[in-house]
Design a protein around this ligand. Sequence first.
Ligand code: GLP
Length: 255
Amino acid sequence: MREVMDLEVFATAEEAGARVADLAAQQVENFPRSVLGLATGSTPIPIYEGIVRHVRAGRITLAQVTTFNLDEYVGLGPDDPHSFAFYMRQHLFGPLALNPAQTFMPPNQGPDLKTRAPSYDRLIEGRGGIDWQLLGIGRNGHIGFNEPGTPFDSETHIAALSDSTRRANAPWFDNDWDRVPRQAVTMGLATIMRSRAIVLAAFGEDKADALAQAFRGPLTPEVPASVLRSHPSVVVIADRAAARLLAPSRGAYPV
Ligand code: GLP
């Protein structure tokens, strides 16, 4: 197990986001047919802006990539503005006019969802597996919607969202956490760990504890992101506020 992961710290979320966009662009430049694992939330917004800039500047094209999103709320249709499918169209797929046949979201509707959810892992495997997975981190150390206590060997499944996660996502629901769905379908921790390379982005003071617990505390399902320490290729890109409790191991450290 690695005690120290690759960590790069930047002064601002904008700079850190631009760095993650550069890493994504490098991946696609080197492997135009990459399978990308994508995340939602506030953290990826500057990252997707950076990727869109790279495409518009003609540095890369996403025309040949395949994407798999990490998670989706149960029951929300793709045209629901609160769905992650809508978010992805707004921030990345729409601006880049990606073909919907290249972009996959976890199954999130229908009566047999519990049994259909793991089929997402088979779909990913059928496309050769995820080459490059983008992750954010929840304040309680969750990745995707794998809440504390989720087994490390979990595949894509229905997750019950904790009150803290629902409160954290309330800003997307007019600050009314009662409207945040109680369940989501998420890639499991084993699904995420099968990715060949992982980039975890964390911006802001309220991620500092989660990062410290994940990368300094015990390797435990109580802190889902701690599983990443047993992955051979994880880079953490943080702004200074989020990295406050971690010592950088390499990269650029503006002061
Ligand atoms: C949500 C998502 C995660 C995301 C996390 C942090 O619960 N399911 O994938 O990483 O929240 O979100 P944010 O980037 O908005 O802080």
